[in-house]
Design a protein. Structure first.
Length: 110
């Protein structure tokens, strides 16, 4: 399977786990707490598969950049948390940085 598919699965699992953190209410609710633990377990498993062929710095840049944007979107759409212009600009810069790494860095091709 493609390493970037593994990375996408890791990101989705991490976003699900992170989203469930709020619902876990400090790990006092069993269902959401189990979802957090399972989600992070799946995320790290697929991240470990990704790292067999993608450099750790590149994989982590993509993982964190995508995670930040997706969690912010979930916060905005589901939890009704506001996103101001500065937050959106900052996330756009993160995405741009990941794109620069992917498109122009020799580290990404390693």
């Amino acid at each position: 399977m493609n390493a970037y598919l593994y990375l996408a699965l890791a990101i989705v699992a991490e976003v699900i786990a992170t989203s469930a953190l709020k619902a876990s209410e400090g790990f006092t609710r069993l269902g959401p707490s189990l979802l957090v633990a399972a989600g992070y377990g799946v995320a790290f498993y697929f991240l470990s598969l990704t790292l067999k062929s993608v450099p750790v710095g590149v994989a982590y840049a993509i993982w964190s950049g995508a995670g930040i944007v997706l969690i912010a979107l979930i916060g905005w759409l589901v939890l009704k948390q506001p996103l101001d212009l500065a937050a959106m600009l900052g996330m756009a810069l993160i995405v741009a940085g990941v794109a620069v790494i992917q498109l122009f860095s020799k580290a990404a091709a390693h």
